[in-house]
Design a protein around this ligand. Structure first.
Ligand SMILES: NC(=O)c1ccc[n+]([C@@H]2O[C@H](COP(=O)([O-])OP(=O)(O)OC[C@H]3O[C@@H](n4cnc5c(N)ncnc54)[C@H](OP(=O)(O)O)[C@@H]3O)[C@@H](O)[C@H]2O)c1
Length: 266
C-alpha cells in the first residue's frame, strides 16, 4: 500500500518519507528510486544542473539548487517559485570559496543525501600546444578540480547526517588518459583528470564514514558547453545519471562511471 501511494504523487512521497526514515524495514521493501532524498546541486541554473533540479523535484526530493549569480538564474527561480518550498535557491560560486563556507553554515541543520558537484567550465579557447592561457588554466582548475573537494569539506557534516551519503562529481571522458586519442584541450582534460584524482582519494578517505564518491561522465550533452550537435538531450542524460546515482552502493565508491553505467578506464 505504501509503495502504491509513493508512486502516485510527489506530495504523497514527501508525506511517506517522514515514516520511512524511521522504519528501515519498510524502507528496504521499496525500490531505491522512490526514497525521499535531500539533494544539493551546484551549477543548477542551466544545462545538466537545471535539468537535474527538475527531475529531482519530480521524484519528490528536497532540492538545494545552487548558482553563482542569481541574476543569471531566471529559469531556476521560476521552477523554485512553483515548487511549494521543495526547491530552494542558494549562492555558491566555485571561484569564491568563502561562498561555499557561507552556504554550509546556512544549511548547517540540513541533511544532504546526495551532493552533486556539477558546476564546471571548459575554460579559455587558448588551450592548444604553444598557446595555453595560464591564468585561465588556473581558474578552470579552481572551478573543476579544487572547488568540488572544498564543497565536500564544507558539507561533510551534512553528508554524515544524510541517509545515502553520496558525492557525485560531474567529470568527463576528456579527463581519461586511456580515452585521449586526439590530444589538445590541455586545460579541460587536465582539470577533469585532477577531479578524478580527487574523487579517488575521497573514496578512500571517507570510506569509514560510509560516504560513496564517484566521478560521472554525462555523455555528450546538448547544453551551452556541449553545443547543439551533441548526442543526447539534458532530459535523457539526467534520467540516466539519476538512475546510476540511485543504484550506487559502497562497492561503487571510487568508480569513474560512463553514462551507460560502465567503467571508464582512467
Ligand atoms: N555538456 C557536455 O557534453 C558535458 C560532457 C562532459 C562533462 N560535462 C560536465 O557536466 C557539467 C555540467 O555541464 P553543462 O553541459 O551543463 O555545462 P553548462 O551548460 O555550460 O553549465 C555550466 C554550469 O556551471 C556553472 N558554473 C560555471 N562556473 C561556475 C562557478 N564559478 N561557480 C558556480 N557555478 C559555475 C554555470 O553557471 P553560470 O550560468 O553562472 O555560468 C552553469 O550553471 C560540467 O562539469 C561539465 O564539465 C558536460
Amino acid at each position: 500500500m505504501l509503495v502504491m501511494t509513493a508512486i502516485i504523487t510527489n506530495k504523497k512521497i514527501a508525506f511517506i518519507s517522514v515514516h520511512l526514515r524511521k522504519n528501515k524495514s519498510i524502507q528496504s521493501l521499496l525500490p531505491i528510486k522512490s526514497l525521499p532524498m535531500n539533494i544539493l546541486i551546484t551549477g543548477a541554473n542551466r544545462g545538466i544542473g537545471l535539468e537535474m533540479v527538475r527531475q529531482a523535484q519530480q521524484q519528490g526530493w528536497r532540492v538545494f539548487a545552487c548558482c553563482r549569480n542569481p541574476h543569471n538564474a531566471d529559469s531556476l527561480f521560476n521552477i523554485a517559485r512553483l515548487s511549494n518550498g521543495q526547491i530552494s535557491v542558494h549562492i555558491a560560486d566555485m571561484l569564491e570559496l568563502a561562498t561555499l563556507q557561507a552556504l554550509s553554515y546556512e544549511l548547517r541543520n540540513e541533511a544532504i543525501d546526495i551532493l552533486v558537484n556539477n558546476a564546471g567550465v571548459y575554460g579559455p579557447d587558448k588551450n592548444r600546444f604553444g598557446n595555453v592561457d595560464v591564468a585561465g588554466w588556473l581558474q578552470t582548475f579552481q572551478v573543476n578540480s579544487i572547488a568540488p573537494l572544498k564543497m565536500v569539506e564544507a558539507f561533510i557534516e551534512q553528508l554524515n547526517m544524510g541517509q545515502r551519503k553520496v558525492v557525485a562529481c560531474m567529470s568527463s571522458k576528456m579527463g581519461s588518459m586511456a580515452d585521449n586519442g586526439y590530444g589538445n584541450s590541455y586545460i579541460y582534460r587536465s582539470s577533469k583528470a585532477a577531479l578524478n584524482a580527487v574523487v579517488k582519494s575521497l573514496s578512500i578517505d571517507l570510506k569509514e564514514q560510509g560516504i560513496i564518491s564517484v566521478a560521472l561522465h554525462p555523455g555528450w550533452v546538448k547544453t551551452d558547453m556541449g553545443g547543439p550537435n551533441a548526442e543526447i538531450s539534458t532530459t535523457e542524460c539526467v534520467q540516466q545519471l539519476l538512475g546510476h546515482i540511485n543504484a550506487l552502493t559502497p562497492a561503487d565508491s571510487g568508480r569513474f562511471i560512463d553514462i551507460d553505467g560502465s567503467d571508464i578506464p582512467w
